[in-house]
Design a protein around this ligand. Structure first.
Ligand code: SF4
Length: 447
């Protein structure tokens, strides 16, 4: 059986300067490879492939698409691209889809050519489903999937899936050619979060936070350094600093093994600890991201983000003094936002002056409270990379334009649309970016 694990394409394709290896796709392929020999990963985005995989097909194929699983790398148009790929397929194939969007909209996927939708965490179910196809067994006994059988959709038994990320081996990067991606390597060391932000899919989809232990994490760092000449690693965990004890153990392990590498990670204000951040800096952490999202206590409350503005200011000041390059993100059009809320956000941004500022319009992601509570808003985007507001509101637009003027005066490089990030001086630690699109990882920080 020929098993293809596919990272579907974006159209237009993702800008080459920000291409990150699809770690979640590699993770799924690594799980399958433990049981099945003939597994291949096809990254259709990096390889600039049209909606056709026929060159990779053999007589009998199982094709696993990974879309919107752990990393939000795709545009919403990718869904249509996947349906077209299935339509174009000219050999006997079974199609499986993994990810958040398909878990919520399983009917749409089953009605457009997919045979199986796997819900939630797939660590165990992916092997069960493939076993079922290989041995021609009845799939309806496998829990937590939806299948199409003779034009009927069958929803199988729902069981609780524990988030046991620490049981997984690290993703095998030899599935892909890493030279085709940005030069900062990426890792994911944990899954889930202790936060419950109302716009975020992580808490509901992955459940309780679970992370790999320090030995597992540092083994993977060494694997990247020894095999791929890695100098910088970005940890793309939703929130890497949830477990303080683990973070100290990781730092100690890096120190004990005398590892020379630089690191960046995503954290959150509620998981900040000054001493821990000093320790992290001492072993090579240089870049940190905080999702702050608003300067208005009212909006923070609506977002279910229990953060205090005074505390935010203090923390960002401290991490800058420690020496970190700091990125913060803000959502500008959260439902309920008024002119006063944007003024509060503008004031906070002006005071924090982070090195990198990611300005968002809200991605209404399926399964989140903000999605469920705002079904009346038409044409809302689910695409995390959208650079257009969901609701046109002159007052808000005016304030956002004033914020943009402020940032220009402060010397920020403003990025509104697709750009080749390599055109900027990536070595100048003082370069400041404010962007409405994803910012390249690994820029402007070094020893
Ligand atoms: S802190 Fe980040 S990962 Fe955690 S729930 Fe909030 S947005 Fe999601």
């Amino acid at each position: 059986m020929n098993i293809l694990v596919i990272n579907p394409p974006n159209k237009p394709f993702t800008n080459e300067s920000i291409l990150a290896e699809p770690i979640d796709v590699l993770q799924v392929a690594t799980i399958i490879k433990q049981k099945y020999e003939n597994v291949m990963v096809i990254d259709m985005d990096v390889n600039r492939m049209e909606n056709n995989i026929n060159d990779y097909l053999k007589d009998d194929n199982i094709i696993v698409f990974v879309y919107d699983y752990q990393l939000p790398l795709h545009t919403s148009d990718t869904v249509a691209n996947m349906f077209e790929i299935i339509n174009n397929t000219n050999k006997k194939s079974k199609f499986i889809i993994i990810g958040k969007t398909s878990s919520y909209y399983y009917e749409k996927f089953l009605n457009n050519g997919f045979d199986v939708v796997i819900n939630g965490i797939v660590d165990d179910s992916i092997i069960k489903v493939i076993d079922g196809f290989v041995n021609e067994k009845d799939l309806s006994i496998i829990p937590n999937i939806e299948i199409k059988k003779e034009n009927e959709i069958i929803i199988t038994e729902k069981t609780k899936i524990d988030n046991k990320f620490d049981l997984l081996k690290y993703p095998d990067r030899s599935f892909i050619d890493l030279d085709k991606y940005m030069d900062t390597r990426t890792m994911i060391t944990s899954r889930g979060c202790i936060g419950k932000c109302s716009f975020c899919t992580t808490p509901t989809f992955f459940g309780n936070w679970n992370g790999k232990n320090s030995k597992q994490v540092v083994d993977e760092i060494e694997y990247l350094i020894n095999n791929f000449n890695t100098k910088k690693i970005m940890f793309l965990d939703d929130n890497m600093t949830v477990n303080k004890k683990r973070m100290y153990e990781i730092c100690n392990e890096i120190e004990n093994r005398k590892i020379k590498c630089l690191f960046g990670c995503l954290s959150s204000i509620i998981c900040y600890d000054k001493e821990m951040f000093i320790k992290m800096y001492s072993v090579g952490f240089r870049w940190i991201h905080f999702g702050i999202e608003s300067g208005s206590p009212k909006i923070l409350n609506l977002m279910n983000k229990p953060m205090d503005i005074k505390n935010i200011k203090q923390i960002i000041k401290e991490v800058k003094i420690i020496g970190y390059r700091v990125r913060t993100s803000f959502i500008l059009d959260y439902p309920g936002s008024t002119k006063e809320d944007i003024i509060a956000t503008r004031n906070l941004i002006n005071e924090l002056e982070p090195h990198e500022l990611r300005l968002h319009y809200l991605a209404y992601r399926v399964g989140t409270p903000v999605f469920e509570n705002n079904k009346n808003i038409k044409n809302k985007t689910q695409y995390i990379h959208s650079n257009h507001p969901n609701i046109e509101n002159d007052e808000l637009t005016e304030e956002i334009n004033l914020l943009i003027d402020d940032l220009a005066k402060k010397g920020y490089k403003l990025v509104f649309d697709d750009v080749n990030w390599n055109k900027y001086n990536l070595l100048d630690k003082n370069t400041k970016f404010a962007s409405f699109i994803p910012i390249k990882y690994g820029m402007c920080w070094y020893e």
